[in-house]
Design a protein around this ligand. Sequence first.
Ligand code: ZN
Length: 254
Amino acid sequence: MKEELVDSVAGLITAANKVVVFTGAGVSTESGLPDFRSPGGIWEKFDPEDFTYQKFVSDPVARAKHWRLLKDLSASVAPNPAHYAITELYQLGRLDCVITQNVDNLHQCAGLPAERVFELHGNMQSLLCLGCRRRYPFADIKARLETEEAPGCPACGGILKPAVVFFGESLPEDVLKEASRHARGSDLFIVVGSTLTVYPAAYLPDYALAAGAKLVIVNLSATPIDDRADVVIRARAGEAMPAIVARLKEGPAV
Ligand code: ZN
């Protein structure tokens, strides 16, 4: 990772009034969460066909598979240095909010206030009853997985669905609207660990750019808008973000 790129990003953050960080799977893979699409990722172990909303609602076998995946994913996953660095950016008063494609709750686990995190694809630590619409923390239901394949709603026996966006479901409109508003209102938009290939989320950097914001991309592989970025850092999020925050705390170069 080039030192001068870290310097440039720290400089852009210092000069900005409203910094928005956009995170994708690359931030969480370092926490041991498998990526969905990469080799060795979740879609090699599970069939995406089983994860549509229709299938989940109509097929108890698919539902049981989903609970197994949920159990897998929630086992011993903890925030990594990228999450903590992003939280520190907030604590330093340099971050307005995080928009994330991740559903793992790790930004909040790392201490970022929940109201500063816009989750485009929902949060798997929350369960929604499709019958009575009550919500439950996954932690409250988890123990029942020892004896049940697909626990139902404690209140009405209805189907409990993770509060994440399934294939065949649209993104939560209110969250997308808020995220778009923050992207348009930012003057520095930092993409971390996303290849920006999943729409409509991938439009958000466009909104920021159209509004005149600077763009920084921290990702291991190329993205379709690298050529429009002010700075591109090809590195792991857990390496780049702490370096940027450390540089920021040193203050401007003399
Ligand atoms: Zn219910």
